[in-house]
Design a protein around this ligand. Structure first.
Ligand code: GLN
Length: 310
């Protein structure tokens, strides 16, 4: 087996030089300002050793990567009841699509497309004020990453609040079907702020470690979820974590992952590694172009596909 530190360093060097880098998301104006030449990677192996390279310590907007953390919280709050309001099937549609919602009576296909994540935010908001819900999401993520310095980038949250018309439409549409309990603008306030959390690859790899260790976060020595729940969250990441690019990601990379339009991807190799990569340029379906290339190179070099027998 090649040396992981060398593999990570080589990938970072190659990705820094890559010419085709995708396109930075511009529908959230604040994200359009990010320099596309950046690339970061952090891999935490089974023994907790951290292998970081490139821009691994530069914070970026985690966007939909946050949906893994809010799903984990909502499962803790309402358990399997969540599945009466959100499905568990890949959508085969873009992350912000509204078309399925009409045919499927306001029940989003899965918790990782925007509609599904908005329902998850609505669940976290129930019984709280938006400020409290946002605060508890932030402290959950800070605890997972073992880093109390993590913040919400208010400029990004504001930018999306001013331009997130599709999300406003999704929220109102689901409210019309009775699948949103709170006022749409309050639920969206929570959703936009969770998406605007800023984290580095190092912080994200630490935060997702619990999914590589059957629900136990070794960085803080604490169980986050049961092993069954960890497996199920990872299963959803594999089938739904990259929207209508999920099939291709499973085919090319072969591990559960979750992307965001900020260019981040978190991924896990159960029992072996927790990974975060970041490069702001996106492919046609809104997933980090070089992030996916880097993960493919990594899993190939380390023989880390979850479908490999050894
Ligand atoms: N905040 C973004 C949105 O709602 C998240 C989308 C994403 O990262 N795919 O459009």
């Amino acid at each position: 087996m090649p040396d992981l530190t060398d593999v990570v360093a080589q990938i970072a060097r190659d990705m820094a030089r890559a010419e085709t880098r995708g396109t930075v998301a511009s529908y959230i104006p604040e994200l359009a300002k990010v320099d596309p030449r950046q690339f970061g990677i952090c891999v935490i192996d089974h023994d907790g050793k951290v292998h970081a390279a490139g821009d691994a310590d530069v914070p970026f907007s985690i966007q939909s990567v946050s949906k893994v953390f809010t799903l984990t919280m909502a499962l803790g709050k309402v358990g399997d009841q969540i599945w009466t309001r959100v499905g568990r099937e890949p959508s085969g549609n873009p992350f912000n699509s509204i078309v399925q919602l009409e045919r499927e009576a306001g029940i989003p296909r899965n918790p990782f497309i925007n509609a599904g994540a908005i329902v998850v935010s609505d669940i976290l908001l129930e019984g709280h004020k938006p400020r409290e819900a946002i605060g508890s999401i932030l402290s959950f993520v800070r605890d997972l990453a073992d880093d109390q310095t993590i913040i919400v980038d208010s400029a990004v949250a504001r930018s999306e609040t001013q331009t997130g018309f599709r999300n406003v439409a999704l929220a109102n549409y689901m409210r019309a079907f009775g699948n949103l309990q709170n006022a749409p603008e309050l639920t969206l306030g929570v959703y936009f702020h969770q998406c605007a959390i800023s984290m580095s690859c190092r912080q994200l790899a630490t935060a997702v470690q619990f999914l590589a260790h059957d629900g136990f976060n070794p960085a803080v020595g604490r169980r986050v979820v049961s092993s069954e729940r960890a497996r199920r969250i990872a299963a959803l990441m594999l089938t739904c974590g990259h929207y209508d690019g999920s099939g291709d990601f499973a085919f090319q990379v072969g591990i559960p992952g979750k992307s965001g339009v900020g260019g981040g991807i978190i991924a896990v190799v159960p029992g072996k590694a927790a990974i975060a990569v970041w490069s702001p340029g996106l492919n046609k379906v809104g997933n980090s172009l070089l992030g996916a290339v880097a993960l493919e190179r990594l899993t190939r070099a380390m023989n880390w596909s979850i479908f490999a027998s050894r």
